[in-house]
Design a protein around this ligand. Sequence first.
Ligand code: 13P
Ligand code: SF4
Length: 340
Amino acid sequence: MMKTAELLYDKLKNVESGTSGPYSRERCEQMAPLVDEINRLKKEKNAVILVHSYVHPEIIYGVGDFTGDSYQLSKNAKEADADLIIFVAVRFMAETAKALNPGKEVRIPSRLSGCSLADSITGEDVRRLKAAHPDFTFVCYINTSAEVKAECDVCVTSSNVYNIVERIPSDKIYFLPDKLMGENLQDEMKRRGVKKEIRLYEGNCYVHAEYDAGRVDRLRKKYPEIKILSHPECSRDIIEQSDVVASTTGMMDYMRQDEKGSAYLLLTECGLAGRAQVEMPGKTFIGPCLECKYMKSNSLEDVRRVLLNPEPEDLIEITPEIREGSLRCIDAMFHYAEQK
Ligand code: 13P
Ligand code: SF4
């Protein structure tokens, strides 16, 4: 049987994106005992480890049970057959898992577990906006706290935002907190011929907002054959130049099925290029990528800490009232997402 260090090296040797790599054989040998310990603890405690694609690859490939985008991970959390959920990502995702699993303990390894979108708005802000816009349906991006979700009508993710807003039977939508995603939503509704008034809030993702349309244009001219894939949190100047706009899982699925394509520019967090380098070794990834300091603050040591000796700030707790409100908002998302 292949040893853990060999298995890790075999997976990670091609990772070149951002600051995670490179992964030498020696580095994998050093990480292997910790990976083995975490996998043993996971079994002992009947835990499941959910991991977002943006975290360091040794967590995804060494100890993760499920990796995906926010929508997929919220479904995995809903279906989790475990006593304990370790959510290796950011706090709002772990809060969603807790709302869906009140009887299970949810722990988050990162101490820097914020998100520039989720941190841009509070429940009090939403109450004020609702008072000023009484006839609007409030749609929030999943990148919000449970408290904010509890104040909103429907939650959406990057994989379903366009379809859900089209399906909501209201022609006045207040979308929050991502202004850039909201502008892309306005444009997409126009393209689909859907007439809705869509008001926006002023938040943004500090990572996706950084991508520069001029630089993307220069890369397109230099490599005319590349396919540009972008996340809907990017600005509309970027979206206009993109071949595909999708969630992180949507981008992975597109590249897997794109038999002819061989070179891509991925306008999202570096972790996705890392996953693609591991899972699609025949393809090439061009250009720079940017890192999310919140997602990258999770380490293998943190995962062991929360499995073994969690401290109060590692545990996700939400009040019954906020749980009930946020669950109504999340369930509305599942309802619209699954509608044909
Ligand atoms: P996904 O739902 O596409 O994984 O996006 C989550 C996120 O935080 C993007 O920055
Ligand atoms: Fe939040 Fe942006 Fe990081 Fe995603 S990449 S978790 S939206 S700060």
